[in-house]
Design a protein around this ligand. Structure first.
Ligand code: NAG
Ligand code: NAG
Ligand code: NAG
Ligand code: NAG
Ligand code: NAG
Ligand code: NAG
Ligand code: NAG
Ligand code: CA
Ligand code: CA
Ligand code: CA
Length: 385
């Protein structure tokens, strides 16, 4: 009580007791300041006036004009048991929760009276009567915003498809404009990437996120290293509002194949990727038609799952007069009788196996041709001489 008495001496018109403001109805006052929170419940006492006849009138002033709407958010309960007139006290209490999200919607030009963080300020003009004299108290009221709502990701969860050819450092996705918060006022959001709970699907190490929500590639992606048919992973992103409420969602990061691999041969016993192998075939001098290659027909495949088609070409000078290779299938044909040539009993056809794309991925292989008739002739000559 001595403490309160001291305060009364210093400022006879107003002092704080908890969140309640006390006024003495013996003179007019101005300059008092009062803070309430938008979540304060109905019945919360905001002001108590002593030394009055117990009847209060009040009016809310918003931007210099009376606001009937705001005035109705307060009430002054009637005392059923009035004591002596000297210590009779009247109170002003909250009649409706001063919910800022509601007011933002209901009060035209709300933002003219509000701070950017959502707080609303207005004035309360409280009139009490002491000894038949009306006394006026002007109180500046700040309704403090409370962080009631979690931030939300719009249209979540997300999906992004990224080519494995994209280089680290590239910006992939922006969440900046995809986050909202129902709390009145601006919210400052902070973004982060957290591990995804199913660790074999966790893509968090591949990306990074700026505080403002831009997702950037951190590590190169490799389509060929992902399990076949499961070329996606999940990135768990979180956003925190300035009141510390956190929401998370996921981004399905799908890795698209790019043409970063060449071709390989399909050849028995050749370690993968099979980039080198030799084929052979026997032909007779006058034979015309398809030549069967040993040990297997010449076939190559794109090492990318893109599976670009492959082009086969003979890369050989003189032999080109007698042989042709089907560009699409790799089949070899003998098209002319071996006449007037210098090829001999054994010669090599060079074959270029190339991806049918703009990349210049290719490999070279060989087909060794044996002409048994000439071999026989050669050995006969050897024997003759
Ligand atoms: C958001 O953050 C910026 C910079 O940190 C600050 O200037 C601004 O006041 C903050 N806004 C709110 C609503 O907290
Ligand atoms: C994402 O991260 C948050 C925060 O660490 C965690 O609470 C949540 O369970 C994670 N979500 C998934 C799907 O992993
Ligand atoms: C992730 O996205 C890819 C590509 O759209 C889709 O095939 C896959 O099913 C998605 N994964 C999940 C678990 O939704
Ligand atoms: C193919 O033949 C060349 C030349 O005779 C040889 O150097 C190479 O080792 C052979 N490659 C295979 C895979 O047999
Ligand atoms: C080559 O000719 C011989 C007979 O002269 C025949 O037996 C053999 O099948 C022929 N070989 C080929 C590959 O045409
Ligand atoms: C690639 O395409 C060819 C036909 O162009 C097909 O025969 C082959 O099976 C495909 N390979 C894969 C791995 O899809
Ligand atoms: C091979 O040479 C002979 C004699 O010069 C000629 O008559 C014949 O037409 C030639 N054959 C071919 C296929 O060029
Ligand atoms: Ca919020
Ligand atoms: Ca709020
Ligand atoms: Ca690839």
């Amino acid at each position: 009580m001595r403490f309160l008495g001291y305060l009364l001496l210093v400022a006879s018109w107003t002092f704080v007791s908890g969140d309640v403001f006390l006024f003495d109805c013996s003179e007019d006052t101005t300059g008092a300041e009062l803070e309430i929170r938008e979540v304060d419940p109905v019945g919360t006492v905001v002001a108590r006036v002593s030394g009055s006849d117990g009847v209060l009138q009040w009016s809310a002033i918003l931007g210099g004009s009376r606001s009937t709407y705001l005035t109705q958010f307060f009430t002054s309960p009637k005392f059923s048991t009035m004591t002596t007139p000297e210590n009779a006290a009247a109170s002003l209490t909250i009649a409706r929760k001063v919910d800022l999200e509601l007011l933002e919607y209901e009060i035209p030009n709300f933002w003219e009276y509000s701070r950017s963080n959502g707080d609303l300020t207005f004035d309360l003009e409280i009139t009490c009567i002491a000894e038949d004299t009306p006394r006026r108290h002007n109180v500046h009221v700040a309704v403090l915003a409370v962080n009631e709502f979690y931030p939300q990701f719009l249209r979540a969860p997300y999906q992004m498809a990224v080519s494995e050819a994209v280089e680290p450092g590239a910006e992939l996705f922006s969440l900046t404009s995809l986050v909202t918060d129902m709390d009145a006022g601006d919210s400052n959001f902070t973004f982060a990437i957290k591990p995804y709970m199913i660790s074999q699907f966790d893509g968090s190490r591949y990306v990074t996120i700026s505080e403002s929500g831009d997702v950037t590639l951190l590590e190169p992606l490799d389509f060929e290293l992902l399990p076949v048919g499961r070329n996606y992973m999940f990135v768990n992103v979180t956003v925190t509002d300035d009141g510390g409420l956190l929401t998370s969602t996921s981004i399905n990061l799908t890795v698209l194949d790019a043409n970063d691999q060449g071709v390989e041969l399909v050849y028995p016993g050749c370690p993968q990727p099979c980039l080198e192998a030799n084929y052979s075939a026997d032909v007779n001098v006058s034979y015309i038609g398809e030549v069967s290659l040993l040990p297997v027909p010449l076939t190559a495949m794109d090492l990318d799952a893109l599976n670009e088609s492959v082009i086969y070409t003979l890369d050989t000078d003189e032999a080109a007069n007698f042989f042709r290779m089907d560009e699409r299938t790799g089949r070899l044909y003998k098209t002319a009788v071996l006449e007037n040539d210098t090829l001999g009993p054994r010669f090599v056809l060079n074959v270029r196996v190339e991806e049918a794309s703009e990349s210049s991925h290719f490999l070279l292989t060989t087909v060794t041709i044996l002409v048994p008739e000439r071999l026989a002739a050669a050995s006969m000559c050897t024997r003759l001489y």
